[in-house]
Design a protein around this ligand. Structure first.
Ligand code: TRP
Length: 503
């Protein structure tokens, strides 16, 4: 029970509540659910079974379990996955810091007609104005430090303290989400949003980016390719059933995701608001603008606003702690340092990273693109670590476990404890189908990178900010350089002692 709460707490996060709705809108609403479900059954659940079984059979965090499966190559991939995920965690926590700022805004200022943004010429409606005011102020520093401290506090005792936290967070998240759902669908015209989410459209499915979107959404949403699920499963008792765990975790996650999608679309359609393809726009001003129009006077608006941001915060926190745990347990496994030291060290480095993503320096006064330097960096690193990194990790993980370790050995372990038989397709999925699909997606997207310029050629310098144009190349070099060097150092330094580590 504690494990399912923790695994689903890791899976259910900002990705489920707003990224999903934004992606579903961007890729044509109803058109999205077919690629999404295909991705879930073809890739999501099989890879989740693999990650759980790996942790459960080796009883180690991701790098060491990959080491036991495939030697140093495997270990290198294990560390690389965690460092790639650390980039994601850093900016994810910056986004959570903004959520904290918006929560305080929801007590009053967020709903005022217009709060002028000093550097923006012209009018911006609230809550957008409040949001841009917030991210271009230094207040975000305090919020970043706050979120990292809460993270460190939750993981302080590892599985025990995480379990205690998710026992409160996860049920509360479900309650908040169901309240939003009921509120959404009982509004006049709320039902149209639901229709939008379920009307199929075959045309859209011909575009490869819809498929890349669906795959990335499934990986991110299910926490695959982070090395997290393996670390969590390493704490399970010998007898637990990994197929069952994977099916339960992904059903809870995707159920939550669809409920959130219905609630968000119902609220937006009820007030004839256009959803946005930008995930952050959706979270920070489109949905709040819908909330600001809910009936029930200011008490209703403030109540629902506070609830929405608290929901985002709890969901995000139970995801980000899972990566801190994945990294810390990996370090403790290999270097036998104390947990405390590992947590403090990572939190300091992580907080510095998150602060870079919250740099409030305004670089685009017209808000044509993103508003601040931190925001732009966030978008750039998200483009690599999230849209490409997770795919690369899952690709290599399937190849190493499928071919080098031998999928049969993993299957034997799974079948020893599981009621379900995986059947003859499973090895082919892991060895051939999933790697082939991911390779195809990566080829398409790298081809786009060359055709349209890095990062879609979006950062064309305007008036004097010529240095901006080197950011895309800087981002990709830094991302690859830092994660590869760190992974190599951690792989080469020291070696595993085979003695048990008390788990
Ligand atoms: N699954 C989470 C979501 O849907 C994302 C996530 C998983 C995550 N693990 C993480 C984010 C670790 C940051 C750090 O939002």
């Amino acid at each position: 029970m504690g494990f399912i709460l923790a695994a689903s707490g890791s899976a259910i996060g900002l990705g489920n509540i707003v990224f999903f709705s934004a992606n579903a809108y961007r890729f044509g609403g109803g058109a999205f659910y077919l690629p999404y479900f295909i991705a879930l059954f073809l890739v999501g659940i099989p890879v989740m079974i693999l990650e759980f079984a790996l942790g459960h059979s080796t009883r180690r965090a991701f790098p060491q379990s990959m080491y036991l499966a495939a030697g140093s190559k495997g270990e290198f991939l294990g560390w690389w996955a965690i460092f790639n995920a650390s980039f994601i965690t850093m900016y994810y926590i910056t986004i959570l810091a903004w959520v904290v700022g918006m929560f305080f805004g929801a007590l009053g200022n967020l709903w005022k007609p217009t709060v002028p943004v000093p550097w923006f010429e012209g009018d911006l409606p609230n809550p957008a104005a409040f949001f841009f005011g917030l991210i271009s102020s230094w207040k975000t520093i305090a919020c970043v430090l706050f979120v990292w401290s809460v993270n460190a506090w939750v993981v302080r005792r590892g599985a025990r303290s995480i379990e205690a936290a998710v026992r409160v967070f996860v049920p509360l998240m479900w309650v908040f989400m169901l309240v939003l759902l009921v509120r959404g669908v009982t509004l006049d015209h709320g039902g149209q949003g639901v229709l939008f989410l379920f009307t199929p459209n075959v045309e859209v499915m011909k575009h490869p980016d819809v498929w890349q979107g669906a795959f990335s959404q499934i990986f991110f949403s299910l926490s695959l390719g982070f090395g997290i699920l393996t670390a969590y499963a390493s704490y399970l008792p010998r007898k637990s059933d990994q197929v069952n765990n994977a099916i339960l975790t992904s059903t809870l996650n995707c159920g939550f995701e669809y409920i959130a999608g219905v609630a968000v679309f119902a609220i937006l359609f009820a007030f004839a608001m256009v959803p946005q393809a930008s995930t952050l726009g959706m979270m920070f001003f489109i949905v709040p603008q819908g909330i600001s129009q809910l009936p029930g006077g200011s008490v209703g608006v403030i109540g629902f606003g506070l609830m929405f941001f608290l929901l985002l915060f709890l969901a995000g926190l139970s995801s980000s702690v899972s990566l801190v745990e994945a990294l810390v347990s990996a370090i403790v496994d290999k270097f036998k340092t104390s947990r405390r030291k590992a947590i403090i060290g990572f939190s300091i480095i992580g907080a510095l990273g998150s602060l870079c993503f919250s740099l409030p320096i305004v670089i685009d006064r017209g808000l044509q693109g993103d508003g601040t330097l931190g925001f732009t960096l966030l978008d750039l690193f998200d483009h690599w670590a999230f849209s490409h990194g997770l795919l690369v990790v899952v690709l290599l993980e399937c190849i190493l476990v499928g071919w080098v370790f031998g999928i049969r050995r993993l299957e034997d372990h799974i079948h020893a404890t599981s009621k379900f038989r995986l059947g003859p397709v499973y090895p082919w999925l892991i060895k051939v189908v999933i790697p082939a699909l991911i390779t195809a997606l990566l080829v398409f997207s790298v081809r786009d990178e060359f055709r349209n310029g890095l990062y879609g050629g979006k950062l064309i310098p305007e008036d004097g900010a010529g240095w901006l144009s080197i950011l895309p190349i800087f981002a990709v070099l830094f991302w690859i350089g830092a994660s590869v060097v760190a992974a190599a150092v951690f792989t080469l330094k020291g070696r595993y002692e085979e003695a048990g580590n008390g788990k």
